[in-house]
Design a protein around this ligand. Structure first.
Ligand code: BGC
Length: 409
């Protein structure tokens, strides 16, 4: 399988601007195969499809098949990228695609998925809004014989999910915590330093993994008093941010600063689980923090606004997850399922993306879901060129900030 060549063909399609714009808040987007009216992009898609077919298995599992893709929301940058990478890669491989965004509303996502079941899609890819509210809908999918892949976020309390494709979520948090340990030189410095946590949406199974990974990496320094938490908020439930909202993260950090830092107490670290929350926290620090130091702010995703903050010194790092590769692995798992195979660890042998096959970490309450976990890595202002190397980002005309090559932002 010529995964690299295929991804290259897809990314040239992406660079031609076949993507829809991010920020479009239309909540229900449905797309059919090759509905693209950009003639040049369509030709490229055909080329990519031909190339994919040429490099792919003998059994063309794509013919006449439709994949239903349920994404959470257009309001958070990354899902726009995921939706479009998935759509373009599946279409390039010859599948029809029905893509829906559900406005971060779990009722709407249930309805959208029910719609796709009624449309008789052949496979469902779901990034859940609330991982625990889809059991009945997925029971219906199972009855209709439609396989389900949990995309990025695990779907809980159902036996109807066959596979999970994501990143190593615990490692995402661990990388954030380890960054802090190193940046403050916690093994040698005397400290003490002050840290506050901002975690993600409790409805998202990933959020606990991120928080635990980060907390475990700094726990020993909290336990021995080198890191203090002036607010005392050290439990996930105390620092969770519903829907990963930037505004909520901003308000929470403003409250924390007003309650525990207005007397001149120094904040050294704002450990944020992702970029949408880091954006709010950095804003709160800019407007409401009186200290003279620049606190360390962590993040995750490589959102454009956060990469700008990294250049401007308002955010220290982001844990990058290449979601084009995540889409690519999802495509291969889907192809295998749709051609009657049972994907296992060997699927990774032919892929260029770095990933592991994990059959023990992701228990959804009913079963342990076999998982393909891609590898995240740290981006700081010193290695932004690593993002350019992915082909998904480029420097702007002033050579100062990064922008997307895909005009999704
Ligand atoms: C994803 C993160 C993202 C967050 C908010 C999580 O499930 O894994 O990449 O930042 O949702 O969109």
């Amino acid at each position: 399988m010529k995964m690299k060549k295929f991804l290259a063909a897809v990314s040239s399609l992406v660079m031609l601007g076949a993507f829809t714009a991010c920020g479009d808040s239309s909540s229900n987007e449905s797309t059919n195969n090759n509905s693209n009216n950009n003639a040049e992009a369509t030709t490229k898609a055909d080329d990519a499809a031909t190339e994919a077919d040429a490099g792919a298995d003998n059994n063309n599992s794509a013919a006449g098949k439709t994949v239903g893709i349920a994404m959470p929301t257009k309001s958070l940058e990354r899902w726009n990228r995921d939706g479009e990478y998935l759509k373009s890669q599946f279409e390039a491989a010859g599948y029809s695609v029905e893509l829906k965004y559900s406005d971060n509303n779990d009722n709407q996502q249930n309805n959208d998925i029910q719609g796709m079941i009624a449309d008789k899609v052949d496979l469902l890819l779901i990034a859940a809004i609330d991982g625990s509210t889809l059991s009945q809908t997925l029971a219906d999918a199972k009855d209709a014989g439609i396989p389900v892949i949990a995309y990025d976020r695990l779907i809980m309390n159902t036996d109807a999910v066959s596979y999970y494709v994501s990143f190593d979520n615990y490692t995402v948090g661990k990388l954030q915590g380890e960054y802090v340990v190193e940046a403050l030189d916690l093994d040698n410095a005397t400290g003490p330093f002050n840290i506050e946590f901002t975690a993600g949406d409790p409805a998202d199974n990933n959020a606990g993994f991120f928080f635990n990974g980060a907390y475990d990496a700094v726990k020993k320094y909290i336990d021995d008093g080198k890191l203090n938490i002036p607010s005392g908020k050290k439990k996930f439930e105390q620092v969770a941010t519903a829907q990963w909202s930037t505004d909520t993260a901003l308000a929470n950090m403003q409250n924390t600063l007003a309650s525990y830092y207005s007397d001149g107490t120094q904040l050294d670290v704002a450990l944020c689980s992702n970029d949408s929350t880091a954006l709010g926290v950095a804003q709160a620090i800019s407007s409401d923090y009186n200290g003279k130091n620049v606190p360390i702010v962590t993040g995750q995703d490589g959102d454009i606004a956060n990469l700008k903050n990294i250049v401007d010194g308002k955010q220290s790092m982001t844990v990058y997850k290449n979601v084009s590769d995540e889409a690519g692995v999802t495509l291969e798992v889907s192809k295998a399922i749709l051609s009657g195979q049972t994907p296992d660890a060997s699927l990774l042998d032919s892929l260029s993306a770095e990933a592991t096959y994990d059959t023990s970490s992701y228990d959804n309450g009913v079963k342990t879901v076999p998982s393909y976990l891609l590898v995240p890595y740290v981006i700081t202002k010193d290695n932004l060129d690593k993002l350019v190397d992915t082909g998904l980002y480029q420097w702007d005309s002033a050579n100062k900030y990064l922008e997307s090559t895909a005009s999704t932002t």
